[in-house]
Design a protein. Sequence first.
Lengths: 204, 63
Amino acid sequence: MAETLYWTWWQGGLGLAFVAIGYHLTLGKTFGFSGMWERILYKRETENLADASSLAEDEDAFMAAMLAATEAAMAEDEVAPGGEQLTAADPAEPAAAATGWWSNLAFAIAVFLGGLAAAVSTDAVQLNLLPGPVYKGFFGDGLAALLILLVGGVMIGFGTRMGGGCTSGHGLNGCGRLQIACMVATASFFGAGIAVSWMLEVLL
Amino acid sequence: MSCPNSASCPLFAKFTQSSLLDFWKSRFCDSDAKYPTCERYKLGQRGAPVPVTLMPNGSQLGR
């Protein structure tokens, strides 16, 4: 089997820093891949967020829309109090910028294409149903190995949603911004991963 | 007991800025029985992103 060629640690670090900082500078948001998937899967909500973001940028328009919605809701409830003065709100914090659905999908596709380009450039393109020989050494290469992979994927997805982020969001960006919660999350999932790996070494 | 999301809800802060908007607080946020019916709360409970334009009764601002 051909040896897989990887970038050195510092090249990889620089590449990731370029992506994370570039993402923040261009979109004003912190990069997190699981969050991106969430926005791809929740297409309608993501589009609502993008619409909301543009409306919320105009404080006066936003407050006017809110007052109109309130009057409509009151009319529906038939509890509109008389003589209330509509008061303009103080400027509030602007809503976080929301990226459009297509930009998230474009990024996800670009991640795949980037990996493919890197593999092609090193003649390492190979279609595998299962991970490498270490995985096969543990779980074989039959249906059970595929099912374990499937269960593992579901657990990763569940844990990511439960933890509010993944390695890129918590580990790369959160730790980079010295967020305590992200450091705890990163230590937890890497610590658990190391512990389980050791356990598997012993048990299997 | 009021809605547990009040502190982080961007609309709740706005509801305190106008006597008219106080309608939403009394109708949803401050009511133990009603806050679970808030569409913002329900969407958040499902883990979905909650747009700032979604009102507690499910109406969308700007639509």
